[in-house]
Design a protein around this ligand. Structure first.
Ligand SMILES: Cc1ncc(COP(=O)(O)O)c(C=O)c1O
Length: 429
């Protein structure tokens, strides 16, 4: 019998294809998959020396909180690291999971909530369980990968509207109303985690008066950060009641692991029995369940942390703006610094600037396509409660050196400008 000459499924792994293929081949652990100190904080070690860290989502500084650590230690002593064993459906349900879900529901002003082990899995599980073959999912163009993946996995139709463009959303809703057979759900992020702008939830919610649809908000970056007591972006806009599924992850302001969907009791029950990412997965470990109860109490009472985070965010944004950098929408604490590309190679610019900053003690990450539109290069910086004035001043000084020593022209050409306008709906000038 002749040997089969078809390609090997692993062939691709030997070339430089795939996402960030060039960097995978280089395997330098500098630009991608850098090896950093495991303890999150304002300063973190990278390549043997401390750097001011602007790339971790520790918004409220809770990663360093001793009370939370203590609860986790006690939980580990009592329950070990495995408990509970099994999925919630079988042997992984405990009174503590139910209690935490009740507390999350009460805080988000919804009837019920369901826990997930990761935000990514929670979004996938929630959306895929709710969307049937006749339904239409209507997604913002810049929605996070987990929303995109969920929409691709779901059996129904997917429609995409221009980022935060309410007129475009309305025209999609109109056409779905005419052609769609089943129900529909609009999928947005609360705070767009990369670019720092907010979903126009007030305007999206207002469209419910004219069209029949549900709203799902993945508020990974708004939960704990925005709204009264950190209830999130829907609360910030005063439209929590109009949001049908409010989703939060614990991986950012809550400095932990896991996520939840909060909604009506009937919908929560449906998700509990149909979200495959949870039905067929082990339950959230007790260490997290117990410590998250503590974290939730702290977050509710963390107005001082939020005030400090905003103060730090304003100082960083203003300082960089004064140097002439273009900073994205200032509606969330996220400081998105766009580097002018002006016809050069995006990746080359990104690498040069990242190295300049890190060599001078400032750890920032360059974000490029496919995370943001093709041809843009951006530093997504997360000011947190833990940063201090020295960190901010030193960072601004290093950005000044970068501008001057690299003779950066901070003006955008028309093409870059148009791309940024597409992100924020307004000019970068
Ligand atoms: C908007 C958004 N949704 C979901 C996730 C995934 O959350 P987790 O890290 O908890 O899986 C992230 C994290 O990057 C995110 O930014």
């Amino acid at each position: 019998m002749e040997m089969n000459t078809r390609p090997d499924i692993f062939d691709k792994c030997h070339g430089d294809g795939g996402y960030y293929g060039g960097q995978r081949v280089e395997d330098d652990h500098y630009f991608t998959r850098p090896i950093v100190d495991p303890i999150p904080g304002r300063m973190m070690e990278f390549e043997g020396s401390p750097r001011i860290m602007w790339s971790v989502n520790n918004y409220l500084g809770l990663a360093e909180n001793e009370e939370i650590k203590q609860v986790a230690v006690e939980a580990a002593q009592t329950y070990g690291v495995s408990a509970p064993m099994g999925s919630r459906m079988m042997t992984g349900n405990t009174p503590y999971h139910l209690q935490l879900e009740r507390e999350l529901a009460a805080f988000t002003q919804k009837e019920a909530a369901i826990l997930f082990n990761y935000g990514y899995l929670g979004v996938i599980g929630t959306i895929t369980s709710l969307a049937g073959p006749e339904d239409t999912l209507i997604m913002d163009k810049l929605a996070h990968a987990c929303i995109v993946d969920a929409a691709m996995m779901a059996p129904g139709q997917v429609r995409v509207f221009k980022h935060n463009n309410i007129a475009d959303l309305e025209s999609v809703l109109q056409s779905v109303e005419k052609q769609g057979k089943g129900g529909s759900m609009v999928l947005v992020e609360g705070v767009y985690g990369m670019t720092g702008d907010l979903a126009r939830l007030d305007e999206i919610a207002a469209l419910k008066k004219k069209y029949n649809f549900r709203i799902f908000v993945d508020d990974a970056h708004g939960w704990g950060v925005m709204g009264s007591q950190g209830r999130g972006v829907a609360d910030h806009f005063g439209v929590q009641d109009e949001v049908d599924v409010y989703f939060g992850t614990f991986a950012k302001a809550f400095a932990s692991i896991g996520g939840f969907s909060a909604t009506t009791k009937a919908v929560r029950d449906w998700i509990s029995y149909n979200a495959r990412t949870q039905v067929f997965a082990k339950s959230l470990p007790m260490i997290y369940v117990k410590s998250l109860q503590k974290t939730l109490d702290l977050v509710k009472n963390a107005d001082a942390n939020r005030a400090k985070m905003w103060e730090n965010s304003d100082k960083l944004k203003n300082g960089l703006r004064e140097l002439g950098y273009f900073i994205g929408a200032g509606e969330s604490p996220i400081c998105a610094v766009f580097a002018p590309i002006n016809g050069r190679q995006t990746e080359e610019v990104g690498k040069q600037l990242v190295r300049f900053l890190r060599d001078r003690g400032v750890f920032a990450t360059a974000i490029t396509y496919p995370v943001i539109p093709l041809g843009l290069c951006m530093f997504r910086m997360i000011p947190t409660t833990s940063h201090n004035d020295d960190d901010i001043n030193r960072t601004i000084e290093v950005f000044r050196q970068m501008r001057d020593e690299l003779k950066m022209d901070l003006k955008f050409n028309g093409e870059d400008e148009a791309k940024i306008t597409r992100v924020y709906g307004k000019s970068a000038a």
